[in-house]
Design a protein around this ligand. Structure first.
Ligand code: DAH
Length: 341
């Protein structure tokens, strides 16, 4: 009898040691501790033993059951632990590694400059007026006093769309007509920011797309001195309180008289350097008194109303300000350039 129990004990424990997973554990439990296991049968058969042997055999059988149950529990615990250790090892995480910094986005340098310019004009009482990128020839040219075949059209090489008579605006000036037609006969002060397009060879100084900020003031009694004072005030807000300006006579079909405004070079304050090409002055915008025909096209009576207008290029201003040598960097999408601002 005792021999049977020892054989059972050894066989059961040897089988248990070989088990490596949950399913094996369950099968082992059924085989060695289940209702039809050798041990259960032995316990059930105790009654048939001679009365003298029964107590000892009963004790032995119960002791074996307890032993096997404990061995099972211990092996199950050991398996769980080694499984946990293995999965920890597989998914090892070094919490001492420095984290990956989140990349911070920012506005494009052209947008930053555009917004800075618009913010200054807003402080000076000008409203932002949005105007479309796709224009008609009438708005882009004729209504601005640039008739077909006028030599001034050579200044604006144009992308035409497949719809006859519509094109990508070559400047923000057509927005002047839209704004005037919306507000006439009220006085207006607006700035018109936005993208312009020209069918040009791309060089370090010319691009097929670029921003402009146009400005327009129309009212009664507006004079050239208002233009000079307002634009000089803008230059001081943009480039510093000491900035001096200078106006040179120029030509634009939609203004009469027309001028270009230079600001004193902010790098050398006028003494001459590489930024201003030794001139001491930087050209930053075109301007003039709104041509009577343009006022009329906008719905204002030129006998009663006058106005001034201007147009500037934010990319050009940013180039001057940051010493950017090539306008193609703006739309080249090279992060090494963009991340500097
Ligand atoms: N539209 C002109 C250009 O693209 C810039 C300009 C000049 C706008 C004089 C104006 C102005 O409003 O008065 O070259």
């Amino acid at each position: 009898m005792e021999q049977d129990f020892s054989i059972m004990e050894q066989a059961a424990l040897a089988a248990l040691r070989a088990i490596g997973d949950e399913a094996g554990l369950r099968a082992w439990q059924a085989a060695w501790l289940g209702k039809r296991s050798a041990l259960a049968l032995a316990l059930a058969g105790l009654g048939q033993l001679p009365a003298a042997e029964r107590p000892l055999a009963g004790q032995r059988a119960n002791a074996l059951r307890v032993q096997l149950e404990q061995a099972h529990a211990a092996h199950a615990a050991a398996l769980r632990e080694s499984g946990l250790a293995a999965s920890l090892q597989a998914g090892a995480l070094d919490v001492t590694l420095p984290g990956r910094p989140a990349a911070r986005g920012r506005l494009h340098i052209a947008t930053q400059t555009l917004r800075q310019i618009c913010a200054i004009w807003a402080q000076m009482g000008f409203q932002i007026y949005r105007s479309r990128d796709v224009e008609t020839e009438a708005y882009n040219f004729e209504l601005l006093n640039i008739p077909p075949h006028h030599p001034a059209r050579d200044m604006w090489d144009t992308f035409h769309t497949t719809t006859s008579g519509s094109l990508l605006r070559t400047h923000t000036s057509p927005g002047q007509i839209h704004a005037m037609r919306e507000y006439a006969p009220e006085p207006i002060r607006v700035v018109l920011p936005g993208m312009c397009y020209r069918y040009e060879q791309i060089t370090p100084r010319s691009e097929i797309q670029f921003n402009q900020v146009e400005g327009l003031a129309v009212g009664k009694g507006i004079r050239f001195t208002d233009l000079k004072g307002t634009l000089t005030d803008f230059a001081r807000r943009m480039f510093g309180a000491q900035t001096r300006t200078r106006f040179r006579a120029s030509y634009f079909p939609f203004t009469e008289p027309s001028a270009e405004m230079d600001v004193e070079c902010f790098l050398c304050t006028g003494s001459g350097c590489v930024v201003c090409k030794q001139a001491g002055w930087l050209e930053i915008l075109g301007c003039g008194m709104v041509h009577p025909k343009v006022l009329q096209n906008g719905g204002y009576d030129p006998a009663q109303y006058t106005g001034f207008a201007f147009g500037m290029g934010p990319e050009r201003i940013a180039m001057l300000k940051y010493g950017i040598k090539d306008i193609r960097y703006f739309w080249g999408n090279d992060l090494r350039f963009l991340q500097q601002f």
